[in-house]
Ligand binder design. Structure first.
Ligand SMILES: [Zn+2]
Ligand SMILES: [Zn+2]
Length: 161
């Protein structure tokens, strides 16, 4: 990795820098805190627009945009070569099958979608159950009838002999 002396992007303090580190320790801590706030605003409150996130986190809109862009870039790694399974246009995030933009729009639908998915699964399971039950009943019914018929016939022929 190419490490060299550089200036912190935010405060101009001289730091050891490489491709992934552009901030000094102090600014990185601040950055880490701020990106946490932005992530919470997205994950917990479902905010999408930088303006809304900025109001919620008390950061400037530009700062939020910068953090979002950074998070987007940080999330993209060698493993995110696959395309987003939702839009198929942008690269998917490392730990997701969705790209950042789709992830954002999906975040606030996630809880409702998850609930609906569970409901659908339960409904399907219930339907499958009734299906199996009625099939089982029909089979037992048939077996009972054919079994009875089979049982009766030899008995009758034995008696008849
Ligand atoms: Zn700094
Ligand atoms: Zn997408």
């Amino acid at each position: 990795m190419d490490v060299h002396l550089n200036k912190c992007q935010d405060c101009d303090r001289v730091i050891m820098s490489d491709e992934t580190h552009h901030l000094c320790d102090i600014c990185y801590e601040k950055y880490d805190l701020e990106i946490g706030l932005v992530e919470d605003a997205i994950k917990i409150h479902g905010y999408e627009r930088p303006e809304v996130i900025a109001r919620h986190t008390h950061l400037t809109v530009d700062r939020v945009k910068h953090l979002l862009e950074d998070a987007k870039q940080a999330a993209r790694g060698p493993e995110s070569e696959e395309l987003c399974s939702n839009c198929g246009e942008r690269n998917a995030l490392m730990k997701s099958t969705y790209c950042w933009d789709c992830q954002l729009t999906l975040y606030h639908n996630l809880s409702t979608e998850a609930r609906q998915a569970t409901m659908n699964q339960e409904q399907q399971a219930a339907q499958a159950d009734t299906g199996i039950n009625s099939l089982r009943e029909t089979m037992e019914d048939k077996r009972r009838r054919t079994g009875a018929a089979r049982f009766r016939k030899p008995q009758q022929s034995v008696k008849g002999r």
